[in-house]
Design a protein around this ligand. Structure first.
Ligand SMILES: Nc1ncnc2c1ncn2[C@@H]1O[C@H](COP(=O)(O)OP(=O)(O)OP(=O)(O)O)[C@@H](O)[C@H]1O
Length: 268
């Protein structure tokens, strides 16, 4: 079964009057993970935003199809998109603090998302928020803390908790671990892998860091300037890249520890 399918998706910038993404395709099954890598400006984030129905003003999906659970997303109304976001597809981005209200306790913010997205009453929403904290491996006491009292890794866990509050089938992680130090990054990746294994959550993992994708994904797309230069199983692309651009990306990332991850994956 395919949960998310992109077929030859083209994204157009109406102001610059140019295509910025030129025909991206991939399919995602439950519990699967696809990685999108490429240098800054290659179109990774816009591709994700097209799936979430939050393209910036002037940008449109000008060709191809995006479908979720077999439903073509072209022409959805604003209300239909709102209903879809969170309950079918959700996302976490870099800089989690900017998505939280600094003057409200994080538990109340999670509970509010639960209430809005699932229609539960206040009491039940609080219980569900506590459950969500537990499922992202945060202690219950975090419920009563304010965002400034949490570390970057804890804040990202809170954002993951809100993203999965309404049991989405697909989670998009767009540079979700980029700002975190290496140990915390590893913990978040481990958490995402665990959610995927436990709940069948499918992942779209956007990163400029090939090591992140090597660790989490089955398939990878390598983008350059809005074009897919290479696409296939992670082992094939990372061990036997055919395209010079992919080789360069790998060489560039070797010093960030990709070698170590690939060795570990081989041993495992
Ligand atoms: N809000 C926007 N307004 C104008 N141009 C934009 C906007 N968002 C993206 N672009 C342009 O669209 C292209 C693709 O951008 P996108 O953000 O998808 O790249 P990316 O691969 O995610 O890069 P990064 O790793 O830096 O986030 C770039 O040329 C970028 O300058």
């Amino acid at each position: 079964m395919t949960l998310l399918s992109l077929r030859d998706v083209r994204i157009h910038d109406g102001v610059g009057d140019r295509d910025v993404v030129h025909g991206i395709s991939f399919e995602l099954a439950p519990g699967a993970a696809v990685g999108i890598v490429g240098e800054s400006g290659s179109g990774k984030t816009l591709t994700c935003r097209a799936v979430l129905g939050i393209l910036p003003e002037h940008f449109t999906v000008a060709g191809g199809t995006v479908s979720l659970e077999g439903r073509d997303l072209a022409g959805l109304s604003a209300n239909e998109w709102t209903a879809l976001r969170g309950s079918t597809v959700a996302a976490v981005f870099q800089d989690p603090a900017s998505y939280l209200n600094p003057s409200l306790k994080v538990g109340n913010q999670i509970a509010e998302v639960v209430r809005v997205k699932t229609g539960l009453g206040r009491r039940a929403a609080k219980d569900r928020a506590l459950e969500l904290l537990d499922s992202v491996r945060l202690p219950a006491r975090v419920y009563g803390l304010y965002p400034h009292e949490l570390s970057g890794g804890m804040l990202q866990r809170v954002l993951i908790a809100t993203a999965i509050a309404a049991d989405p089938r697909v989670l998009i992680a767009d540079e979700a671990t980029t700002a975190l130090d290496v140990t915390v990054q590893a913990e978040i990746l481990d958490l995402l892998a665990d959610l995927r294994d436990r709940t069948g959550l499918a992942l779209v993992v956007v990163s400029h860091d090939l090591a992140v994708v090597a660790q989490l994904c089955d398939e990878v797309l390598v983008l350059r300037a809005g074009e897919t230069v290479e696409q296939g199983p992670v082992e094939q692309i990372l061990y036997e890249p055919r395209h010079e651009y992919t080789r360069l990306l790998i060489a560039e990332h070797a010093r960030y520890g990709l070698d170590r991850v690939l060795e570990l994956e081989h041993v495992a």
